[in-house]
Write a protein that binds this ligand. Structure first.
Ligand code: DAH
Length: 339
């Protein structure tokens, strides 16, 4: 028995000495001290040992086990130290290397344009109010004077969620939502995403952004509308900018108009940018239709108002002279960083 134990001891210690990696030590531990290991086998064969010799053999086994464990531990410490030292040697830090650039993002042209629009209107005392992107048909159409069979409903190729719920095709429903709350007077703009079932091309996208505007108070006239929007245009596109209102039709305003601004590229002389006309169409607007006021619980005899809707992408494209709307949605940092 003693010989067998000595042999196990010598063998194990030699193997530990020869190991050059921590994983190997673990293999050795399992091979000798593990459940099915050499030393454990000896313990299991105790039943063949004469009872009076058992304590002696037991002690020997324990001594060998302790020896092997000790050797395993000290070798482990040694190997770990060596491994660390080697790693330190490999990982030399070159303090002369330039620091990693901190990659911060960049504001999107839409965001820059919206910040500008908000700054201008907040400066004139307007509140910024947001409405839901998933909207009731009732707010998106009915309360804006667009009943079920109105042709204006056909023009906007709507994404329907259910018969009564749509992805809003315009930010105008926020007008109805704000008027309904009954707090007067109102001076608000409402920016946000809108959706139309349009094919993607250089000037169209199924999802884009608008900024809605609404003022309701006593004695609001078309002059207020013109003065406000002319001031907006001057602030947005430069002091020299002139505006022109062309009659148009929107179901929820009466009278309605589209506003053009003088081309800020050529100052109105006509160029490639404004297609030779000297003018660029910028927004839709009008006096809030009395029927819309009434549907939202406002006395149209006492109160009047004006409203407008601007395409945010349109402003960003014009202001930054971008000729393809798709660039705004690709989020290529090289593109975005230019603004
Ligand atoms: N909602 C209209 C559209 O998407 C834009 C618009 C026109 C909004 C006139 C208005 C307005 O508030 O008065 O085409």
């Amino acid at each position: 028995m003693k010989e067998q134990l000595d042999k196990i001891k010598e063998e194990a210690l030699a193997k530990i000495d020869a190991s050059d990696a921590l994983e190997k030590l673990n293999d050795i531990r399992i091979a000798y001290l593990g459940k099915k290991g050499e030393l454990t086998k000896v313990l299991k064969s105790m039943k063949d040992v004469a009872p009076e010799d058992r304590p002696k053999v037991g002690q020997m086994v324990n001594e060998v086990r302790a020896l092997i464990e000790e050797k395993l531990e000290s070798t482990k410490v040694e190997l770990s130290k060596k491994a660390r030292e080697e790693q330190m040697k490999k990982e030399v830090i070159d303090v002369t290397l330039p620091a990693k650039k901190n990659n911060v993002g960049h504001s999107h042209p839409n965001t820059i344009a919206l910040d500008e629009v908000e700054r201008i209107f907040v400066g004139m005392g307007y509140e910024v109010i947001e409405g839901p992107e998933v909207e009731y048909d009732e707010y998106n159409f009915e309360k804006l004077n667009i009943p079920a069979n109105h042709p204006a409903k056909d023009e906007q190729d709507t994404f329907y969620i259910t018969k009564d719920i749509v992805l809003r095709t315009q930010t105008s429903p926020v007008q109805a939502r704000v008027m309904e709350q009954g707090k007067l007077p109102i001076r608000m703009i409402s920016p946000g995403r809108v959706f139309r079932s349009d094919e993607v091309d250089a000037t169209h996208s199924p999802s884009f952004h608008q900024v809605e505007g609404l003022v309701v108070d006593k004695h609001i006239t078309f002059s207020d509308l013109k003065g406000t929007l002319a001031e907006f245009a001057r602030e947005m596109f430069g002091k020299e900018t002139k505006v022109k209102f062309r009659p148009h039709h929107f179901p929820f305003t009466e009278p309605s108009a589209e506003m053009d601004v003088t081309c800020f590229k050529c100052g109105g002389k006509g160029c490639r940018f404004c297609k030779g006309s000297g003018w660029i169409e910028i927004l839709g607007c009008g006096m809030v239709h009395p029927h819309v006021l009434e549907m939202c619980g406002i006395d149209a005899e006492e109160y009047t108002g004006f409203a407008f809707g601007v395409g945010l992408e349109r402003i960003a494209l014009l202001k930054y002279e971008i000729d393809d709307m798709r660039l705004l949605y690709e989020n290529d940092v090289r593109f975005l960083k230019q603004f």
